[in-house]
Design a protein around this ligand. Structure first.
Ligand code: NOJ
Ligand code: MG
Length: 549
């Protein structure tokens, strides 16, 4: 199957993307530098068969909407066969589609429909662990001397018969589980039902490489690598030290995970994954890299290339003041190596919705910030609708994080609820009973499409402006000194300069500069586009994008 060349209609400039023959080395076309990437959790996007769960035919029926929104690529959370104990991140077969989502034929159709519509497709790759019903694990767990005996992390008990180390699972409790058949423990970074693969084993690496080639040949444009920082655990099985600041933290965070996370050898695994992706032309490797800004730089490369885009959630973690945001943005740009391409993520299936934290008015400012910073923007389906954390009654909780480590607000169901497309009872998501209760009926696509001043229209306008304004994609970022609670920066490309002013408060604020230019877009529908000159009186919660004269 040959890779489809990209065609984008009418006003959208073409993304340079040569027609690529399979498995020939092509120069890295870096399409993602200009792309806006939209995360979709298919189970909550659109149901087609009334089982209350979204599926691929449902997603196919909504491609027109994605095109209307203007995003360049979609990233899908896992759609592989799975018992779905962890949102599909527990995979039973890497090279198939879960029947609840559809078939491989539906998947192929999705690839070609997206490509025909000028969009690209990124899928989740979960190389750290499988589900415990994966054939590899069943074989590995059956004895100590089967062909896959060394495919997972097996260890003998400690001298007292207990777990080999003090390592704890992300979802609480010991990360080691006893297996009677082998009279050994296996390691699981996440659920007991998600055993970790042994990335020191070359056969495991080769098997995952084959999985990647399987999907790359089907035409996917890249992967988001799950849990890339934890692929390797300490070979000496050294205990993790206690976290001195553990007080009040949930149990899984009461250790410093120095021997389980972000090991130097994990970087070689990422280099290995990258080399597979580079066998094909123009494909993207982005990845989840737990950890703080100061660790993000080394996920790009050292001698060998690693991830193109290590996902950066710093905006979500930042305090929401002009000064704190300036510090966050500066710290991130300073932390990535020269020449590395930045990336900003403002939502995701593991993160509380930003609109809940910031409120509806500042959610508009966040949208403008995301789409005017230098670096590839990522947002999560529903962020453009202003979706907030849905409330989930105790008897409807699905996420194991909430079930196992309850009471700390760690549950991820509230951000994962199904979208609403219209005003009908289940928002047009399903004819059946939605798998999770849905959020605010007002945050629906049809209603917001009808309101020209809605957040949805603002997202669309920002995406379109970014696309037609190379200064916003490729331009340099220059911070300005924040004044009067206004987050301010410039983007420059050649002779073009764009000034971005974001009022981070709910009151009017004055920008004292004497700039002259043209207002290209405001978060406030009341402001006219056109000539503008300083000092500039910003309205409450207003952000403006100004092309300087
Ligand atoms: C990160 C995923 O984003 C999260 O949803 C999942 O629970 C863990 N990895 C385990 O795969
Ligand atoms: Mg369905």
């Amino acid at each position: 199957m040959s890779h489809v060349s990209m065609r984008r209609s009418s006003s959208f400039p073409q993304v340079a993307h040569p027609t690529m023959s399979e498995e020939t080395k092509q120069p890295d076309s870096s399409w993602w530098r200009d792309a806006v990437i939209y995360e979709i959790a298919p189970i909550s996007f659109q149901d087609s068969d009334g089982d209350g769960k979204g599926d691929l035919p449902g997603l196919l029926s909504r491609i027109d909407h994605l095109q209307w929104l203007g995003v360049d690529a979609v990233w899908l959370t896992p759609i592989y066969p799975s018992p779905f104990r962890d949102f599909g991140y527990d995979i039973s077969d890497y090279c198939a589609i879960d029947p609840g989502f559809g078939s491989l034929a539906d998947f192929d159709q999705l690839v070609s429909r997206l490509h025909q519509s000028g969009m690209r497709l990124i899928i989740d790759l979960v190389p750290n662990h499988t589900a415990d019903d994966h054939a590899w694990f069943r074989e590995s767990a059956s004895s100590r001397d089967n062909a896959k005996a060394d495919w997972y992390l097996w260890a003998d008990p400690a001298d007292n018969g207990g777990p080999p180390t003090n390592w704890i699972s992300r979802f609480g409790g010991s990360a080691w589980e006893w297996c009677e058949a082998r009279r050994q423990y296996y390691y699981h970074s996440f659920l007991v039902e998600q055993p970790d693969l042994n990335w020191r084993n070359p056969q495991v690496r080769a098997a995952i490489a084959d999985v990647m080639r399987f999907w790359l040949r089907r035409g996917v444009d890249g992967f988001r690598v799950d849990a890339s920082a934890v692929l390797i655990k300490d070979e000496l099985l050294r205990d993790n030290p206690a976290d001195p600041d553990a007080e009040g933290k949930p149990p899984p965070q009461r250790q410093r995970p120095v021997f389980t996370d972000d090991r130097p050898e994990a970087m070689h695994c990422i280099e290995f994954l990258r080399a597979v992706v580079d066998e094909f032309g123009g494909r993207l490797l982005c990845g989840e890299v737990q950890g703080k800004t100061d660790r993000i730089g080394h996920f790009y490369s050292n001698d060998e290339p690693r991830l193109h885009l290590p996902l950066n959630f710093a905006l979500l973690d930042s305090e929401w003041t002009a000064h704190a945001l300036q510090a966050t943005i500066d710290a991130y740009y300073n932390a990535i190596p020269a020449g590395a391409w930045p990336v900003w993520v403002i939502g995701g299936h593991d993160k509380p919705r930003a609109a809940s934290k910031l409120g509806a008015a500042q959610a508009r400012v966040l949208a403008m910030l995301l789409l005017t910073l230098r670096g590839t923007p990522f947002f999560f389906m529903g962020d453009e609708l202003g979706m907030t954390q849905a409330s989930i009654p105790a008897d409807r909780v699905v996420d194991p994080f909430e079930k196992l480590v309850g009471g700390y607000g760690l549950g991820r169901d509230p951000e994962r609820v199904p979208l609403r497309w219209d005003d009908s009872p289940h928002g047009g998501f399903t004819d059946g009973e939605p798998w999770l209760p849905q959020g605010d009926p007002a945050n629906n696509v049809a209603r917001l499409k009808d309101e020209p001043t809605s957040l949805l229209h603002l997202y669309r306008a920002l995406v379109a402006l970014r696309r037609r304004t190379p200064c916003l994609t490729q331009g340099d970022y220059q911070p300005l000194r924040s004044r009067n609670d206004i987050l301010a920066f410039r983007r420059t490309l050649g002779r073009n300069t764009i000034l971005v002013l974001l009022n981070i408060t709910h009151e009017p604020r004055r920008w004292p500069g004497d700039e002259q230019g043209e207002c290209l877009l405001s978060t406030d529908p009341g402001r006219r586009r056109g000539a503008i000159s300083g000092p500039i009186q910003l309205r409450a919660d207003e952000g403006v994008i100004i092309a300087l004269a």
